[in-house]
Write a protein that binds this ligand. Structure first.
Ligand SMILES: Nc1ncnc2c1ncn2[C@@H]1O[C@H](COP(=O)(O)OP(=O)(O)OP(=O)(O)O)[C@@H](O)[C@H]1O
Ligand SMILES: [Mg+2]
Length: 337
């Protein structure tokens, strides 16, 4: 028999224990929107890359910050203000806000994103530092500060500004409830900003609820962009949203129109996605955008690098889809003076 030890008696090599440090190494484990200082990599801006390194193979074409002064997309005659709303959670509101905004900014237009959600995911995805105490949407809504005072330029495009949010904004929901002119506070701040700034587009990212924050956004906007996830229950909640829109239109903001519906997380392999997409298109023939956003890992991982997918992986399917949505939206306008 010899000295051979039967396999199941052999001592196992001790496995190194996972430490907290290993946990944080995995980008998927990094929680978003918590005010944690953002990781800075991977570097996408050209000045961050060593001279002899050609990043285009790995990441796609670099976008050139200076070249963006000539717009490649049509400039609207009047600023367009979009509220991105759907009280159903996790349907792609924030992802749509940041990527469409970045698409328009890369097309040379001036864009403001208002992060109107205490989760502050839009601020994170646009690379805006927003530790607790950062002034932003809360100060504008509750204290009446001008947007111009707190809007920050995105590190990825000189044309894109962001009014950041922090968890403090959660308190605004209650504080606004007892204030004078509570529904129109964002509207007044935005009117002043549009006069001062020359912005072409404003996108307001909303929380998944129909409270005071969303109401302020609906009153401040002229157009609604509704992302709908191509999954079962997709239209759940849209009926409630339509009811709210009607009430706001009748009372507080006559100019509000549901102009765009975007199908998100589309999985072309499943019949479910196809069926839901067809149903949404038949209900909202005019409003549904032709481009569908595919379900994509690149889209989901971009925010953990403080980026939109357009700057993080510009050649990926998701980036191309969002760029084409930005183009579709931009082409809806008349541009002649
Ligand atoms: N096309 C996509 N493919 C894959 N993952 C996606 C896609 N769009 C969004 N996601 C992921 O799905 C999750 C929800 O998306 P997102 O945060 O944009 O939704 P939301 O409607 O803003 O959510 P909330 O209601 O909480 O504000 C996120 O983790 C996001 O990265
Ligand atoms: Mg969101």
């Amino acid at each position: 028999m010899g000295d051979a030890v039967p396999l199941f008696f052999r001592k196992r090599k001790p496995q190194p224990k996972a430490t907290d440090q290993d946990f944080w190494k995995d980008a998927r484990n990094v929680p978003r929107g918590t005010g944690v200082p953002l990781p800075t990599g991977p570097k996408r801006a050209r000045f961050d890359i060593p001279e002899d390194y050609d990043a285009s193979d790995e990441y796609g074409e670099e976008f050139d910050v200076e070249e963006q002064s000539t717009p490649t997309l049509p400039r609207p005659k009047h600023p367009r203000v979009f509220v991105v709303a759907n009280q159903k959670g996790g349907v792609g509101k924030t992802t749509t806000t940041v990527n469409v905004a970045m698409g328009l900014a890369l097309g040379g237009l001036n864009v403001l994103v208002i992060d109107n959600d205490p989760q502050s995911n839009a601020s994170t995805a646009l690379g805006i530092e927003h530790p607790v105490g950062t002034p932003g949407t809360y100060e504008t809504l509750v204290e009446g500060d001008p947007i111009m005072a707190h809007a920050q330029q995105s590190p990825h495009s000189p044309n894109l500004h962001v009014l950041p949010a922090t968890i403090d904004l959660a308190a605004a929901e209650m504080e606004l409830a007892v204030m004078q002119g509570r529904e129109a506070r964002l509207k007044h701040a935005l009117e002043q900003y549009l006069e001062q700034s020359g912005a072409d587009y404003v996108f307001i990212d909303c929380p998944p609820s129909l409270g005071m924050l969303t109401l302020n956004a609906l009153v401040a906007s002229t157009e609604i962009l509704v992302p709908i996830q191509t999954e079962y229950y997709a239209l759940e909640g849209v009926t409630a949203l339509l009811g709210t829109i009607d009430r706001v239109k009748g009372n507080l903001n006559d100019r509000l129109e549901l102009t765009n519906i975007l199908l998100t997380m589309y999985d072309k392999r499943t019949n479910l996605s196809k069926d839901v997409a067809a149903e949404v298109r038949s209900h909202f023939k005019k409003q549904t955008l032709a481009t569908e956003i595919p379900r994509s890992v690149r889209i989901a991982e971009a925010p953990s690098f403080g980026q939109t997918v357009l700057t993080y992986q510009p050649r990926s399917e998701g980036a191309v889809a969002y760029a084409s949505v930005a183009e579709e939206i931009a082409n809806q306008v008349e541009t002649k003076e």
